[in-house]
Design a protein around this ligand. Structure first.
Ligand code: TMP
Ligand code: ASP
Length: 239
């Protein structure tokens, strides 16, 4: 079934969100060519970025669907759009780590690249004004952003299921999945679905042979060849 783009609802840092004409439960997501990091302090435009991220996100959502892991993804439309189910978003960023890097490596004073015996799942409060702080499970409950206390465990279980599928998918593409961030929401039936996007913006991806970074750290840390690396991730996933 073909859908028609409706009016703009919201513009975020990396996406524009529109209604779908005549469909109250669907939204139309447009992937922008923008890069932002450090809570919007660092910015750039790179032509073609939206198309690459849309393609990678769609591949991952379809793979998850094959494995019976529900997400908001409904269909692609053209090169930079995807149609998704409307969700009431949970204000948590659910981070899964297989290898220590970034903020947790820094916090624990451990080297980036330290392998973990089992994956870590962490909650961050999604609030730009506060810089998305790490929070404990009890603090997450205090926010009342999940409808039932048991939903926190559901988020952890779901995040680990996503991790298992993505670890295999990236490994087969010659890429180490170091860590990534997920966002979830409730659909109109009250079911928890994976939302937002999964792309090199929200994952750390290192080349399996060389450990070369292939993700947004290239932008954050001024490593160069940002889009070339995003494109290489896409090429390897579609090989
Ligand atoms: P961190 O090491 O900065 O906490 O990030 C962990 C992973 O989560 C990394 O792959 C980047 C991703 N992430 C986002 O995509 N958005 C965010 O706002 C944060 C805090 C992390
Ligand atoms: N905290 C994330 C980053 O450093 C996202 C953001 O700042 O908007 O990329």
């Amino acid at each position: 079934m073909s859908h028609t783009q409706g009016e703009l609802l919201y513009e975020g840092k990396a996406k524009r969100i529109f209604n779908v004409s005549g469909e109250s439960q669907l939204i139309w997501q447009e992937f922008k060519d923008s890069f932002t990091a450090f809570n919007g302090e660092k910015k750039a435009e790179m032509k073609g970025k939206g198309q690459i991220n849309r393609a990678i996100a769609s591949l991952i959502f379809q793979k998850l669907k094959d494995q019976k892991i529900p997400s908001h993804w409904v269909a692609d439309s053209g090169d930079i759009h995807m149609i998704t189910q409307k969700l009431e978003m949970i204000d948590l960023e659910v981070v899964v780590r297989n290898v220590l890097a970034g903020s947790t490596a820094k916090k624990l004073g451990m080297a980036e690249g330290t392998a973990l015996e089992k994956p870590l799942v962490e909650f961050y409060y999604k609030k730009d004004e506060l810089g998305d702080p790490f929070i404990s499970d009890d603090q997450a409950l205090l926010l009342k952003t999940v409808r039932h206390d048991s939903d926190l465990q559901k988020l952890k279980d779901r995040a680990l299921q996503v991790n298992a599928v993505m670890l295999k998918m990236f490994d087969e593409a010659g890429i180490r999945l170091i860590d990534f961030k997920l966002e979830f929401g409730y659909d109109s039936a009250g079911e928890i679905l994976l939302g937002d996007e999964i792309s090199p913006d929200s994952c750390r991806l290192w080349d399996k042979q060389t450990n070369e970074k292939m993700d947004k750290d290239r932008f954050r840390r001024d490593l160069g060849d940002v889009l070339e690396n995003y494109q290489e991730v896409l090429n390897r996933l579609t090989k």
